[in-house]
Design a binder for this molecule. Structure first.
Ligand SMILES: [Zn+2]
Length: 133
């Protein structure tokens, strides 16, 4: 095995560990939120620092759970308002009640649904379209 392969493997391992850490931090944030919401925000900050450093994406399950502007941990019904909208495309609107920032997340139950809204990408199976959801 060449040096390059080893390097690649290390890089992948680093990202895997970072993703795990991000997941743990968000899990902790959720757990402590009822008692110490400020600590939750700290966990989010740390998770985002890990994410930036490792250049990974925030796992899908946590993407709607923090404010992109003020980095607060968000709990729907407590410090975030969540609404579903079908126009102009099906999406979830999450509003941070702390700073008022509004985030939109397209939600696509099925590929079929997606094809209706993005006909151009319809033919490519799993494209790099994960980012925005
Ligand atoms: Zn906010």
């Amino acid at each position: 095995m060449g040096k390059r392969e080893i390097r690649k493997r290390e890089q992948r391992e680093k990202k895997r560990v970072a993703a795990e850490r991000v997941d743990v931090l968000f899990t902790l944030a959720e757990r402590v939120f009822p008692y110490e919401p400020e600590l939750s925000d700290r966990y989010v900050e740390i998770a985002l620092a890990v994410q930036r450093k490792a250049k990974i994406r925030i796992p899908r399950k946590w993407r709607r759970r923090y404010c992109r502007r003020c980095h607060s941990f968000l709990v729907p019904g407590v410090n975030a308002r969540v609404r579903l909208r079908s126009r102009p495309y099906p999406h979830v609107v999450v509003k941070c009640l702390k700073c008022g920032h509004i985030m939109r997340f397209p939600y696509l139950r099925e590929k079929k649904e997606r094809n209706r809204w993005k006909p151009r990408r319809a033919l490519s199976g799993s494209g790099p379209s994960e980012g925005s959801s």
